[in-house]
Each structure stands twice: as structure tokens, then as C-alpha cells.
Design a protein around this ligand. Structure first.
Ligand SMILES: [Zn+2]
Length: 218
């Protein structure tokens, strides 16, 4: 069974189908989605999304450790099946921003955050890119992550297991990390997508205009 693209999980997955050694991603792909759905759209619609994915009970027992990548993949697919595209993308974006906030608060040591913010953007960018690459399995799962430094930075996730229309979740994760730690002016563009049949999701990260202007949030 291939897990190239999220639409293949349209009907959700029964737990029994899951293999013994699935690729895993960080639990925030599930946790932040649940929180954003509940806060923005209410309990009933959050439950409808989780139920469509086949994971209704998980809403009452959110994961606290790495999860099978097929769970958030099915949830993201259900998100777009249950809601209109604009709302679904907006929810995914907000969940991605919250995931980046969690990463910054819990996965990047305080001294590293301070260092990144003190360094000029062009020097901070490769350090952050390297840190992201080292932890890429937490958001890329079985997908093959690669990053090419430069201006812009090009990040690719081949066979992205969490692809969705426009990949608002990944785009938001990258944008908030680079905006807060490298340059507030960073823009992230999603230029090709596994969901559309491309072999890889590609994101171009442009930090131009960076330097002294850094977001104050840590
Ligand atoms: Zn994509």
C-alpha cells in the first residue's frame, strides 16, 4: 500500500490495517488540529472530522507521543472532505502555526532561540534549516526531506504523507519558524505538491528583507 498522498486515505483507516512499524510523526499534527477545530468550529464539527477519519475516540484521548503518520494523514483528508476548502485550509494553517509555536517552546533550547534571533538573518537561516532537517522526521514521517540553502531556501518533502490541497499545515509551520527565528519578513511559497501528483512537495522560503526585524515572540 502506498502512502504517497493523503487523498488515498479518503475513507479513513481501521486500526487493524496498521502495520507494526509505521512511520511516525509528532503528536502535534493531531493535537493542534483537534484544538483548533474545537475552538473555531465547536465540538460537533471537530467530532465529525475525527469520525470521518475513523478516529472519533481520539478526540477524547489525544496522543502524547509520536503517532502513526496515517492518523494525521486521514484527519487532514477528512478535514477537507468535511469542510469547505477555504475553511479547511484556514484550520490547517492555524494548526500548523500552533505546532510551530510548540516546537519553538519545547524543541528548540532557549539559548539556541536567543542565538538565532541575535544573528543576522542570512546567518541564522542555515542554522535553523539544519535544525529543521535534523528533526524532519517529526513532520515529514516517511517522506524524504531535503533542504537546499540559498536565497530562497528550497525545502522538499518527497512522497509527503501529510500532503493536502495547498499544504497549508506545512507552509504555516515553516513560515512561523523562519519568521520568528530568522526574519519577520519571511514568505513561504508552496510551488509543487504531492497532492497534485508531483513527486515532492516543494516550499521556497524567502527571508529577504530580514536582518534587524525579528518577531518578539519566542
Ligand atoms: Zn504539498
Amino acid at each position: 500500500m502506498s502512502y504517497d498522498c493523503v487523498q488515498e486515505h479518503q475513507d479513513g483507516l481501521a486500526t487493524a490495517e496498521m502495520s507494526a512499524t509505521p512511520a511516525r510523526v509528532g503528536p502535534n499534527a493531531v493535537i493542534q488540529l483537534a484544538i483548533v477545530l474545537q475552538l473555531r468550529l465547536g465540538e460537533a464539527r471537530a467530532r465529525a472530522v475525527f469520525a470521518r477519519a475513523g478516529f472519533a475516540p481520539m478526540l477524547d484521548d489525544l496522543p502524547d507521543e509520536m503517532v502513526d503518520e496515517r492518523i494525521p494523514a486521514a484527519l487532514f483528508s477528512a478535514l477537507f472532505a468535511e469542510l469547505d476548502g477555504e475553511t479547511a485550509a484556514s484550520v490547517a494553517e492555524e494548526a500548523g502555526l500552533a505546532t510551530a509555536d510548540y516546537i519553538m517552546a519545547n524543541r528548540i533550547p532557549g539559548f539556541a532561540r536567543t542565538l538565532l534571533k541575535l544573528l543576522p538573518g542570512p546567518l541564522a537561516a542555515p542554522l535553523l534549516t539544519k535544525a529543521i532537517a535534523q528533526h524532519s522526521w517529526t513532520f515529514a514521517g516517511s517522506g524524504a526531506f531535503s533542504a537546499t540553502p540559498g536565497s530562497p531556501i528550497v525545502v522538499e518533502i518527497a512522497d509527503n504523507p501529510l500532503a493536502m490541497p495547498g499544504c497549508a499545515w506545512h507552509r504555516a509551520v515553516f513560515e512561523r519558524l523562519y519568521r520568528n527565528l530568522v526574519s519577520r519578513r519571511t514568505t513561504v511559497t508552496h510551488t509543487s505538491c504531492c497532492h497534485d501528483g508531483a513527486p515532492a512537495c516543494r516550499f521556497t522560503i524567502d527571508i529577504s528583507g530580514g536582518g534587524p526585524s525579528r518577531a518578539s515572540a519566542s
